[in-house]
Structure formats: C-alpha cells, structure tokens
Write a protein that binds this ligand. Structure first.
Ligand SMILES: [Mn+2]
Length: 213
C-alpha cells in the first residue's frame, strides 16, 4: 500500500515588535505527514494559527493509530478551533485535558508566539527542536485526557532567523537539524518522514521558519 504524503506551505506576515521598532516577521510553515502502515487515517494532527501579532503551532498525537486515534484527534481539533489570540497556553492544555477525558488520550506540544517571545509547553512525547534561536522546552510527562504532571511552560525570546520543528513520536529523535540547515521547510519535512519515520506509527512533522522582512 502506498502511503499518503502531504506537504503544505503557508506564508503570512506578522507584526512583531522587536525592541522599540515594529519589525515585520514572516512565518512560513510546512507540514509533512502520513499515517501508520496499513492505515488510511492518522491520529496525528498539525495545527497552525496566525494572529495579527502572533501565532500558535501545535502537533498532537492521539495514542495508538488508526480510526480510534483519529476520533480522539478530531476532539482535539475542536478544542484548537476555539483558540484566539488571547488564549493562554495554560488554558489550551487545560481545555484539551478536559475534552479528551474518557478517550485513549493524546500527547501535544504547542508553541505560542507573541510580540517578543515564544512560549513552549508539551504533555507527552511530541518533540520540539529549534535552530537559529535558542528554544527552551521542558516537556511534562503524562497523557492529555488521563493524568499528567503540572504543566511546565518555558519562555524564550523570539529572534530571527529561526526554525522550529515539531514532530510526533513516529519520527525518531536522532536527526541533526544543523546538517539539514540548507533544506527548505518542505524538503526538511519530507526528509524527516522518509529517513526518520517509523512505519508502525503515524508520523507528522511541522516545520516553521521565522524570518525578518
Ligand atoms: Mn505516535
């Protein structure tokens, strides 16, 4: 069976206040994803939301794979659809935890960018790596919808140019972002899927570049 692969790019301009000056920062994102072998649907989701002066990036991995995981991911989609620019990162996670109660649960890592900084948090094993900007990320152990340790939110200054990579655990962590620095966001996503993806699990990579205009 052939795996469905998709790569989607979106561009947008964000008004980011850097120091005293209003600088334009461009957020470019690309998603590469495929379901586990033998499945036609995935329990992974990649989410990108842009606001006038900020953005949210997230990858969700519902436990297991196949239609049951997809059902859980649909509930997660509904929570993310309610996000606004004012929604705190803590509220997204608490709403998600509540919405997924009674399901098999999910892992989620989320990046919330605002005018001067990025906030990061994750429950479970969705990975986050940064290149170009120093990204602090301290994942919280547990499962959304079941039980988890108190959420840890880390903050880092937003600097450009920078690259963020969020990836579900269907992608092995042993990849070298520096070695792949010349790749476009689309090529990096495709490479991580093909070179570091595990066939037995859904795999999703969200790559984002932040570039000053
Ligand atoms: Mn997984």
């Amino acid at each position: 069976m052939k795996f469905g692969r998709r790569s989607v790019r979106e561009n947008s301009l964000l008004s980011i206040a850097a120091n005293r000056y209003l600088a334009q920062v461009e957020l470019l994102t690309s998603v590469a994803a495929r379901p586990a072998r033998g499945e036609t649907v995935s329990g992974d989701r990649a989410f990108v939301q842009r606001f006038e002066a900020g953005f949210v990036l997230a990858v969700i991995d519902a436990l297991g794979h196949g239609p049951h995981a997809d059902d859980v991911a649909k509930k997660a989609d509904a929570v993310l659809a309610t996000l606004s620019a004012a929604t705190t990162i803590e509220k997204v996670f608490s709403d998600m935890h509540r919405a997924l109660r009674g399901t098999r649960g999910a892992a989620m890592t989320l990046v919330r960018g605002s005018q001067r900084e990025i906030e990061t948090a994750g429950i479970g094993n969705v990975g986050l790596r940064g290149r170009g900007m120093s990204v602090t990320f301290t994942p919280t152990s547990g499962i959304l919808g079941a039980h988890h340790r108190p959420l840890r939110v880390a903050r880092s200054p937003l600097t450009t140019p920078g690259r963020l990579v969020l990836f579900s655990d269907g992608i092995s962590r042993r990849f070298d972002l520096d070695a792949a620095s010349s790749l476009s966001i689309e090529a990096l996503g495709t490479k991580l899927l093909s070179d570091h993806g595990a066939d037995h699990d859904d795999a999703t990579v969200l790559v984002a570049d932040l570039v000053s205009m």
